[in-house]
Design a protein around this ligand. Structure first.
Ligand code: IFM
Length: 467
């Protein structure tokens, strides 16, 4: 194992989300979320799977907490199922709240700090219009207040939204995620209401508890032009960077959507939905920025007569995640890929962290945390003692930790690393066929550590030893 250096007090942990692990979909008064509805749509999820049972964390949370303790982890980021804790009539559901209260108590008893994400994609089905409705942003702030009222005495770190780009663009433009819409204008509307909900929730949490640590987690899709000298490639990379990264960073850190993206969007732009005061609310100061990093991409413009390998254009805007980009050819860089088909680019993490520090978080004095990083592999090599030998996952994690530690050495204020994920789980439209866990799950739902879990335990242990 390569030694890595992180500052004293660096947080080590894992992350999960409610819909991906809890199961118990109809237990204790939980009502459906948009993901329950989406799973029922024929063809939406590989193999027609759903997360009704998932990995039954709802009933096995004690076992999962015990595993985290055995691995020596100090932090656990989990999310709350909004429709488990709030009923359609707007009243709190005591049984649902009690589940999270018991989970938090179990974590604290095990010496693990709970880090609560309010929204990881499972919007209650009963909210009319979903994120297309401005009212949902206000309901979200009420939900934040409720959760703080119940858990704020024990939970000190709060993430408002996980990866709002996915909620907006995969949910409303590409249709790969719930609610499965394919309208780019809707994605812009949803993105604004998500960000507004974030801002209102920050205000609600601050009002309830000025000492709470409050942040947001973004997923980043760094993109490089294939030929930095080719104007068309460079413009394509700018457009994709604009919607994938700057469209969220800029309003959060500068109080304005990026002017070039707004110009590209024309009549579909956010001016349709922005109201007075929204951007001030969205840009409220943060205590931390969560970084989810998996891969990067390289793109080029199609050559004359060539068709894009991914037909991204529908009219003048895309029905794809990259709403404002014209046709793009994704260049395969002949580097290893994970089971998701994502290219393994640890250097991209270094570049991302240093860019964030330079352009956004450094000037704002906001620390960074890696709130997700990990890889799906097939996990088909089993050692004689039954342990899954996931040396490919270890190599992935190790290389990314090396890159992160170099970023720290070069001045990035990075304060923690949460591996995705604690346990194999429901990988959204891919169902259970893509495994990210450092713990595997048997058919009887028993957890078994993979080689990566033993490796991670050693990394965490050795990082805490004074040099
Ligand atoms: O499983 C997801 C998670 O829910 C959000 N970030 C990316 C992970 C891997 O795709």
């Amino acid at each position: 194992m390569t030694m890595i250096a992180f500052p004293a007090g660096f947080r080590w942990g894992t992350a999960t989300s409610a819909y991906q692990i809890e199961g118990a979909a109809r237990t204790g008064g939980r009502t459906p979320s948009i993901w329950d509805d989406f799973c029922a749509v024929p063809g939406a999820i590989a193999g027609g799977e759903d997360a009704d049972v998932a990995v039954d964390h709802y009933h096995r949370y004690g076992e999962d907490v015990a595993w985290m303790a055995r691995l020596g982890l100090d932090t656990y980021r989990f999310s709350v199922s909004w429709s488990r804790v709030l009923r359609p009539d707007g009243t709190p559901n005591p049984a649902g709240l009690d589940f999270y209260s018991r989970l938090v108590d179990a974590l604290l008893e095990a010496g693990i700090d709970p880090w609560l994400t309010l929204y990881h994609w499972d919007l209650p089905s009963h909210l009319p219009g979903g994120w297309l409705s401005r009212d949902t942003a206000f309901r979200f702030a009420e939900f934040a207040t409720l959760m703080h009222g119940v858990l704020g005495d024990r939970v000190r770190i709060w993430t408002t939204l996980n990866e709002p780009w996915c909620s907006a663009f995969l949910g409303y433009a590409s249709g790969e995620h719930a609610p499965g819409h394919t309208d780019p204008g809707e994605a812009i509307t949803a993105a604004h209401h998500l960000l507004l909900g974030h801002g209102l929730a920050v205000a609600a949490l601050r009002a309830a508890d000025p000492q709470a640590q409050v942040g947001i987690t973004l997923n980043f899709g760094p993109v490089e032009p294939a030929d930095p000298e080719a104007a068309a490639d460079v413009d394509l990379a700018r457009r994709i960077d604009g919607t994938a990264n700057r469209y969220f960073l800029d309003p959060l850190f500068t109080g304005a959507y990026p002017a070039d993206v707004v110009a590209d969007l024309g009549p579909l732009g956010p001016d349709r939905v922005i109201q007075d005061g929204d951007l001030a609310a969205i840009s409220a100061p943060l205590d931390l920025l969560g970084v989810n990093y998996y891969t990067t991409s390289m793109v080029r413009a199609p050559r004359p007569g060539e068709h894009a390998d991914r037909p991204l254009v529908r009219g003048r805007v895309l029905a794809s995640p990259h709403v404002t980009a014209p046709e793009a050819v994704t260049v395969s860089r002949a580097i290893p890929v994970t089971a998701m088909g994502w290219e393994v680019d640890p250097e991209g993490l270094y570049r991302l962290l240093t860019r964030l520090q330079r352009e956004y978080t450094g000037p704002a004095g906001v620390p960074l945390f890696i709130t997700e990083n990990g890889a799906a592999y097939d996990d088909d090599r089993v050692l004689p003692d039954g342990t899954v030998d996931d040396s490919d996952r270890i190599a992935y994690l190790d290389a990314h930790l090396q890159a992160a530690s170099r970023a720290v050495a070069d001045g990035v204020d990075l304060r923690g690393y949460l591996a995705w994920s604690l346990v194999d789980n429901f990988e959204w439209a891919h169902g259970f066929g893509r495994r990210f866990g450092i713990l595997g799950v048997d058919t009887d739902l028993r957890r078994t550590p993979k080689s990566s879990a033993h490796w991670y335990k050693e990394v965490v242990r050795s990082s805490r030893i004074e040099p």
